[in-house]
Design a protein around this ligand. Sequence first.
Ligand code: FMN
Length: 217
Amino acid sequence: MFDLEEAINQRHSTRLFLRDKSVPRPLVEEALKLAVRAPSNSNIQPWHVVFASGPARDRLVEALLREAESKPPRVPPLPESFAHLRFELGALVYGSMGIARHDAEARRIARLRNWEFFRAPLAGIVCVHRDLDYVDSLGVGMFLQTLILALTARGVDTCVQVSIAGYPDIIREQLTIPEEMRILCGVAIGYSEPDFPANALRVPRNPLEQNITFEES
Ligand SMILES: Cc1cc2nc3c(=O)[nH]c(=O)nc-3n(C[C@H](O)[C@H](O)[C@H](O)COP(=O)(O)O)c2cc1C
């Protein structure tokens, strides 16, 4: 088991999992018990997660892939001032997969793995109540980060995925998502495929002073 600092440093997005190595349920429940210790506005505990594994996960993946083959996902585009960051990340991620910049077909195939939860055996659909405001998505985010750190500490790998939220109707057809819940994102959970080079990618961060200021006088 890692300590907190190790877990924070070890956590990264995994983009190919071992399909047949499932995550023991008691271990997921242990991590969830820690995740619900996250703070939230008025202790409303705004997180709602539906997990799919086994045939339920496979049916969901099949339906998502069928849809993704024919229709683009409904994911809100980044505003122009942030859009370059998506391209920079794309260059890093696809580059680490050995995909050339102009190889549109290879990129398409790699992108489609999103809707396969990157082959992870456990798929989470992360939701928030429709009546809550954006500040309560923060509460869900705190829960989710705690969950993925607790999983990392137990040797389990993850990837948070907004791409999954791009096909809400398909998810609702396949899983029981209460009507009042809005789907925020997916989370792929499993064990990293050690031979997939992109899993070794460590995405750099801005220097602190780019995003943080201190005012003292
Ligand atoms: C809200 C959110 C949505 C994300 N959506 C996706 C996604 O759809 N597909 C993907 O491959 N990665 C996705 N990611 C992973 C980010 O690309 C990743 O966290 C970021 O590039 C930093 O890399 P790291 O997680 O490896 O440190 C998402 C992360 C977050 C927090």
